[in-house]
Each structure stands twice: as C-alpha cells, then as structure tokens.
Design a protein around this ligand. Sequence first.
Ligand SMILES: *Cc1c(COP(=O)(O)O)cnc(C)c1O
Length: 429
Amino acid sequence: MFTRPPGFTYKKDELHCDGVSINRLAKKFGTPLYVYSALAIRERYRTLERAFHHVRHTLCYSVKANSNLSILRLLAGMGAGFDIVSGGELERVRRAQKKALKKVVFSGVGKTADELRLALRNGILLFNVESEGELELLATCASELRKTANIALRVNPDVPAETHPYISTGLREHKFGVPIGNARELCRRAAEHKYLRVAGVSLHIGSQIGDVAPFHLAMERAVELVMQLLADGHNIRFIDAGGGLGISYNSAAPLDFTDQAHRYAEAITEPFLRMKKPFPHLLLEPGRSIIAPAGALVTRVLYLKRNGNKRFTIVDAAMNDLIRPSLYQARHEITPVTFTRARSERVQSDVAGPICESGDFLARDAMLPALTPGENLCIFDAGAYGMSLASNYNSRPRAAEVLVEGTRVRLIRRRETIKDLLQEEAACL
Ligand SMILES: *Cc1c(COP(=O)(O)O)cnc(C)c1O
C-alpha cells in the first residue's frame, strides 16, 4: 500500500481525497479528472512559510505550476505573492485577488511591450529583467506611463543542478538571465533611467532539484553580487531566490517535507545571513513543491491489451492531460482507486492514452494489479505542470478540475466541451 502526503489516503479499500471518495468524484464529474486537496496545499504552504520564519520573506507562488483561479485565490488568502511569466498569468492573479498584485514578480525572457505596460499599470512589486534589450524596453514603457519600475536583474549564476536538461536553467548555455559578470555594468546603466529603480537581484536555477547544495552555491554568488551593488550605491531591497525545490515522485523513497523545507531554507539563508543588516527582503518562487503532491489525475481504464509480451493498459487520460512522462521522462505512481489485499499480485504494464503517438504514455513498465476495464486509476503527484501544460491535441477537450476541502467539493474548472474547442475556428472557403 502506498503512503501518500496528507490529502490522499485509503479508507478501507477505497482511495479518498480528504474526506471524499475518489470513485464518487469520478462518477459525478467524469474522467479524466484532476483532484486537488486544499488541506495538502495549505499544509505545504505553511511548512515552507515556517522554514523561513527567521528572515523577512514572501513566498511568490509560481503561477505556471498550476494556474487555476481557485488555487491562486486559496494561496492569496494565505498571504502568498505570485511569480508570473506572462500577461495572462497577471490577469489570473488580478482575478484571484486584486491586492495580491502588489506582491507579483514578473519573470521571463520574452516579455512584450504590452505585457510590460500591463504590469506597470497594475503596480507589481518587481520586474525580473532578463536582458539588456528588456531593460531598455521597460525604461521606454515606464517613462511613457510615468510609472517607476522596481527591477531585479535575473542573473545566471552558472550553477549546475541535477535535474532533467529541459528544466535546468542556471547554466551559462541557457537562455535565462544575464551573465552574473555583466550585472554591475547593467545595473549602473539601469540606474541612469529616471523611471527604473534597481531594487534587487534574482535568480532561478531550475526545477525538480533534489539536492540543496546548488541553491546554496547560487545564493552565495547572488549575495556576493548584492554586496557589490550596495557598494556601488544601489538600494538593494530584494533578493529573489527563485523556485525549483524538488519533490519525491516515488513513495518508496519518501521525503519528509518539514525536514526538506528546513534543509532548503538553511541552504538559502546561510549565505544570506552573512550580509550586513538590514537584510534585503527574501523572495521565493516555489511552484511544484507546494502543489505537485496536492493533486492527482483520475483516469478510467478503457482496454487491456497485449502486443506480444508487452501489456498495455489503455486509459482515458493521455499526454494532452499530463505531458510530464512524455516530455521529461517523469515517473508518476499509478494505483487503482479501489485496492484490496486480494489484488496485491502485480503485473508489468504500460499505461497509455488514446493519442496517436508512441510517445503518449503515462507510465512505462508500471507494476499494477490485474485491472478491469471501467475501473479508475489515480496518477499521483500531478498537481504541478499537469493541467497547466494540458493541450487539446487530437481535439481532446481538457479535463475538469475539483478542489476538495474536508467533505466539501468544488468544481473549479468545468470539463471542456467539443463546442468550446471549435468556437474560435472558422470553416472558410
Ligand atoms: C518555473 C519557475 C519557477 C517555479 O519552479 P518550481 O520548480 O515549480 O518551483 C520559479 N521561478 C521561475 C522564474 C520559473 O520559471
């Protein structure tokens, strides 16, 4: 039997999210269905908060990990700020909680003039500037609107982090940030603009990082730069340490989150606390570490088939619903929603969806008990980079999402219909 984070537990033989049977949710809302535990989200947010209690800080939840409005509102209600990477994400934060706009940091290498103006008008906290060109465009937009922008250069600390190459971002060869060696000169130039205020330094070295040592090394480099910038006369009020803390996708190697959060906070604050007082305000941009284990994807078994020696479990969810296995070679645990001891014998099977691609799979060589078509499976740790990366490939409507709190269930995104899918298109000619 799997031991899961708070939120997902077996009661008798049936998997529940908080106090609600997942089979019942599947029956009521259909599958594929994303199910989130409000309890688990709150608990993980608070755990991170507590780990950093000894320094002035704000957790700016990374919207791209899971951008559902209800989830953003839940986090805003707990005091979260937000890390956004587009104008669309800014609008989401505005709709979730207007006053949270004051705690928004804006990252990304390709911000457009429209997006910069939108963020300026909404009075966000900080622009994490990723190039000299962006600095100039922001200066132009800010003087047009006569609004002062707080900026932090996003520096590339050239720190390797053990993770999948697609989600590693802190190396010289990556597109992100500016080389740390150019930062002083760029800040000097930025300070000459009337409407730009050099207010911080930011970095983000990647995602799903298990070892805390790279966070420490990157922070040491950032702190060194901050001390130089202070000496150059800039009023550095913020250090943004980015996100990237990994989770365990394997219940056989569980991570105690309290312990992990403390090790992470220690790695980040140790170099930070070596500075002279007053310390800058520490910003963090956690996404996955808050939301991934708090969500699961529920899917129904359609067919069982064998091609030669290989077994396939064909389910109604696919790579358009959860692309992490196809894109990042991610492994998610999958378990039947109804689990009796009599079913403990396992057979090896791929779990795949209906999409016409060999790359469409949710698990390779999963060990699953004998299954029956029509029963539900639960794919764990799908709360981050699941729904937010979902697409309509193969003209598949996107899944519904529900948020469970105790015994209360809220539909936070209705299932897309084929009509929704087609309404933006015209059949010309
Ligand atoms: C994606 C991203 C994050 C969040 O990363 P997680 O691994 O989900 O914590 C934070 N900051 C920036 C700039 C990002 O691009």
